[in-house]
Write a protein that binds this ligand. Structure first.
Ligand code: ADP
Ligand code: MG
Length: 313
């Protein structure tokens, strides 16, 4: 197999900020995304797709919560698996149709994917990732006592559960992803960063945590010895002084220079921060590697090196 390409899709590839959060509008957005992915597949490179799941898993949690008196609420790891299936289904359908129409061989296939984390990861001591619905302080305190969840006040909007965001150590189904690529399929894998699992004496066990999808994409790219990691999002570039009058887009940037910008605090935690970290870890892990951060509709131009932020080792 040629060295594959790993693409990480951001929230804007799956859902519009405007339309309703229903199935039809999710599918419509994903159909557009599939058009971008087909442009890349037409280059003939094998491709593995990773996607986010923040809003989707948030809604699944809310549904489970609201229906808890009728049918048992599923824990976060199971909700993560549901979101992989739900989003993967739409990508499979939309991309499958587009690939067939373009006369491309192979078909997309969704893999429910676990990603191993360490139970000793320091992130478990300071949960930081807000998930699911907002609660009043009273309700949050009650649930905290009942279930041992940790809550934090979220920017004046109410109380929200927070979970750890541990470092991905290994894509458990890496061999399966490889086999799918070798067979000419397009795997949709590690959705939402993968389902976080830890090793126990009796096997793998799901944990209540959220793995950053950009870092999961790095781990997958590493495992697959990918040639390029492409992180698609809402902005064309990672910028210095983002949002300020003297904002400066990064075009071609070396790892050392990018690390220095990161240390200087240019990339916001929880948004551009993990993308830059994933790009850096990838290019620092081997020679001749390249990572690209750019806008979804510039995917092909980013891959060919013309647009976006090109991170070089
Ligand atoms: P995704 O769903 O694709 O992961 P995020 O919202 O998590 O998207 O991250 C992308 C966002 O990061 C951009 O839309 C932008 O608003 C924000 N951002 C924060 N810091 C920067 C920066 N230094 N350069 C560019 N964008 C930045
Ligand atoms: Mg993000």
């Amino acid at each position: 197999m040629k060295n594959p390409l790993v693409i990480a899709l951001g929230g804007n590839a799956l859902q519009s900020g405007k339309g309703p959060a229903n199935a039809a509008s999710q599918l419509a957005v994903i159909q557009n995304t599939a058009g971008q992915l087909v442009r890349i597949l037409q280059t003939g490179q094998p491709l593995a797709i990773v996607h986010g799941n923040g809003p989707q898993v948030g809604r699944i949690l809310l549904q489970n919560e609201a229906a808890a008196a009728i049918t048992p609420a599923m824990p976060l790891d199971v909700c993560g698996a549901m979101s992989q299936g739900m989003i993967g289904y739409h990508i499979q359908q939309a991309l499958g149709q587009r690939m067939a129409a373009a006369g491309l061989p192979g078909r997309p296939v969704t893999l429910v994917t676990q990603v191993r984390v360490s139970a000793e990861d320091p992130a478990f001591d300071r949960p930081s990732k807000p998930i699911g619905p907002f609660y009043t302080q009273d309700k949050a305190e009650w649930i905290a006592k009942e279930k041992g969840f940790v809550f934090r006040e979220d920017a004046g909007r109410g109380w929200r559960r927070v979970v750890a965001s541990p470092l991905p150590l290994e894509v458990v189904e890496l061999a399966q992803v490889r086999a799918l690529l070798d067979a000419g399929f397009v795997p949709i894998t590690a959705g939402g960063g993968g389902i976080p699992v830890v090793s126990t004496p009796t096997g793998l066990a799901g944990v209540a945590a959220v793995i950053d999808k950009d870092l999961a994409a790095w781990r997958l790219a590493e495992g697959l010895e990918a040639a390029t990691l492409v992180i698609l999002t809402e902005v064309e570039h990672a910028c210095l002084r983002y949002g300020q009058a003297d904002e400066q887009p990064l075009l071609r940037v070396g790892a050392d220079e990018l690390r220095a910008h990161q240390k200087a605090g240019h990339f916001a935690e929880g948004s551009m921060g993990p993308k830059v970290e994933a790009a850096l870890r990838f290019v620092e892990g081997g020679s001749g590697r390249r990572a690209v951060i750019t806008r979804l509709d510039l995917a092909l131009e980013g891959l060919s090196g013309e647009r976006g932020t090109q991170v070089l080792g």
